[in-house]
Design a protein around this ligand. Sequence first.
Ligand code: NOJ
Length: 719
Amino acid sequence: MNRLEKLLSQMSIHDKIGQLTQYNAALYTKTTAEITGPKAKLGLTDEDLAAAGSILNFASVQEMKDIQDKHLQNDPNKIPMSFMMDVIHGYRTIFPIPLGLGCSFDPEIAEECSRVAAREASASGVQVTFTPMVDYVRDARWGRVMETCGEEPLVTGALAAAQIRGFHGDGMEKPGNLATCVKHYAGYGGAEAGRDYNLVEVSERELREYYLPGYKACLDAGAPMVMPSFNSLNGIPSIANPMLMQKILRQEWGFDGVVISDYNAIGELLPHGVAADQKEAAKLAFENTCDIEMCSSGYFHHLEALIKEGIFTEEQLDAAVMRVLKFKDQLGLFDDPYHGADAELAERLFLCDEHRAVVKKAAAESAVLLKNDGLLPLSEKLNKVAVIGPFADNHGINGFWSCNGKDEDTTTVLQGVTALLGDDKVVTAVGCGNLWDDNDTAGFAEAVAAAKEADAVILCLGEPQNYSGEGNCRTDLRLPGMQEELAKQVIAANPNTAVVLFNGRPLDVSLLHKIAPAILTMWFPGTEGGNAAAELIFGKRNPCGKLTMSFPHNVGQCPIYYNHPNTGRPRWRSQPDHRGYASDYIDCATLPLYSFGYGLSYSNFQYSDLILSSREMTMDSNIQVSVKVRNDSDRAGKEVVQLYMRDLVGSVVRPVQQLIAFEKISLEPGEEKTVSFTVTEEMLRFYDMEGRHISEKGDFTLMIGHADHFVLTEKFQLV
Ligand code: NOJ
């Protein structure tokens, strides 16, 4: 019998169920008024709380230690609690929201950012983070697109694996590192009509092809924990869904780590209407192998009875508890229940120069230059620059889920520009400060005057931070408040106006696209956002981000995504916008305004010589593909070389394009590089009518460029 088996053999059923329960630290401390509220509502006794095995969120290292100490004094088995938190895009030093970071197409940057977050969070007492979030998305109305990497499973998986490497570092048992939890399994991003928590209806084939690869990539990268999603999938809430939980996760993928429910997701089986009461909810979740219940108390109240009634065996309970004990052992908690938490170290790490440098680079490389008629970069020699708009001097640019990040720590665009040019060259005006007011034009006259006085304008527009994130969905993707009107007046007053956007989702920027000579989206860039924006605008850095989620022309196009299956009546690129009886709209283009993979640079990259090692691939041979990329400009720059393929004829309808590989390269002025990819038979596979993951013989096209514009194409056959 090993150490953990011995421990398990000494535990009572009540102790065991405790290990399967997680509550918020607020229930344990006397620091919040909540103490008698939720605890009583959950029907919990102090004894129950003392037995709980893990904690969600807490205020400080001291609070974490106090809760742990008290628990260890009382717990008959001396099993430490584990402490978990949503450390999503930074703990205190904040890097771009995941949707932004995805646009860097840069796993190295994602890993570095996760290291920053891991160091700060670990020193602050966090042991487990509920990240990466790898929900596949197509609908910009959904507020949680900001937490995702967008509409491409390959990029999502690559970036998530990098995050996991960054968080786990040289071992999750060591201080400075965190364990990760992949979420939200599965299909949450398919919420109907882009409304959070809404039902998801997708076929199993679509699920396996688009939605599941992200989660699987995380398990392959070693994520030890999985969080099922809130939504129902094809009629069954994820946590009670035998196909997702038992068949795919546990059996097909062989996952033997810990499954933790989302917040009160077991309790929510009642309003979902699949459980009549808490006991039935607990039964459904437990039989679908959910190990830890977060913030509801179905297990505490009913699991013991369910065992006594013979619905479950004690062996089943033991298996779940053993998964939790092994996880705690992996975290090294039996040796150090504080996991090296050190408040002084945390204070030294927060916002330190090294961490700021990492997040600044990440913010710059996540930004996407959407339009540039030649206005950008601006010259530092200009006499006067106006920084205008509600986001000109707005510190609210961390974005949703920014953990302990503080708005006041961020640098604004105004600060960044002033640091580069000096006070006397910069004028500013807010224009319309109240984004919730559709009549706020009080600042327009001042903004127009500032624009007229300047040689160039940087117009900073966007969405408030809480317009995206959990529960924050929209039916209108345009800039809120009077911002479009402000843009019209400012651009009329000074045509040398570059728009800088702060946004948690792809927006409808059709109007700006028509009237502004340049548009740069910073997403929500985090602590160093303003400095990064200023450096991009004045050419100290060269934009290199590429969209991982399409910007629609307007909300009516949603859901919209680049890798869509074809129709029998496609509208081809070469045809006019509407030709009748084609799959298009009479009042809007079919394609998005800016597609997946798109993003401009100040450099000019030329592609040539797309060469295939063979035009025939067999089931067990690969094809080497190479392409030359030349920087035909006098600026060093980075380019994301993207390789797409199309399966021309399949037994089920195939996507019109599908990214199969990418590589980000740096090129000095005039430099040329050859980029090589290996195309394997596995990359050509899809799920057929019988659900088999196969490739089929026939013709394929390879394309280089981005989803809206392929510069080179070649063909090959699978024989
Ligand atoms: C609810 C969210 O859906 C999930 O992403 C998060 O990890 C948990 N709450 C815990 O905060």
